[in-house]
Design a protein around this ligand. Structure first.
Ligand code: T46
Length: 132
């Protein structure tokens, strides 16, 4: 089974342009407690390199593009986030973001408030947790 769970967000477009609406527990399978966005990422910089214990997240490049790598400790897959109506569920997978375009704005919807204790930032520790 693929690690990449993509959501095709419905585009409510008309002659004026496009609009995408996201509703908790309807468009996405969790309640949204936090929203953040990443932009201005410098060339050749990669981000992420962690997993979350509890947090559920959905990531969308609302402008530009970047490559998301998802890893469950056994397999590793990548997906380009390159459209404002293409969203990926991160779940509890190890994730890395690479190859940000200069104009990339990566929007992330999260199920919990920020909590550093929810992060697993060491890959060996992540492997130990997923093999339990
Ligand atoms: C994730 C990926 C997709 C906060 O204070 N509050 C917040 O809500 C967030 C998200 C971060 N921070 C602080 C923690 C660090 O001092 O902002 C700084 C940068 O965070 P971090 O190095 O974790 O950034 P990324 O891009 O590696 O990871 C972020 C999220 O932190 C993470 O949860 O899944 O984006």
């Amino acid at each position: 089974m693929s690690l990449i769970q993509l959501l095709d967000l419905p585009e409510l477009g008309d002659e004026r342009g496009s609009l995408v609406a996201i509703e908790e527990l309807k468009t996405i399978p969790f309640q949204i407690k936090r929203v953040y966005y990443i932009y201005g990422t410098q060339e050749k910089v990669a981000r992420g390199f962690h997993a979350h214990k509890k947090l559920q997240q959905l990531a969308i490049c609302v402008a530009g593009k970047c490559k998301m790598i998802l890893d469950d400790g056994t397999q590793r897959e990548e997906v380009w986030l390159d459209s404002p109506n293409k969203a990926v569920l991160i779940g509890n997978l190890w994730h890395e973001m690479h190859d940000f375009s200069q104009d990339c704005v990566l929007l992330v919807l999260a199920s919990e408030p920020y909590d550093e204790a929810d992060y697993i930032r060491d890959y060996q520790e992540f492997l130990r947790v997923v093999k339990l």
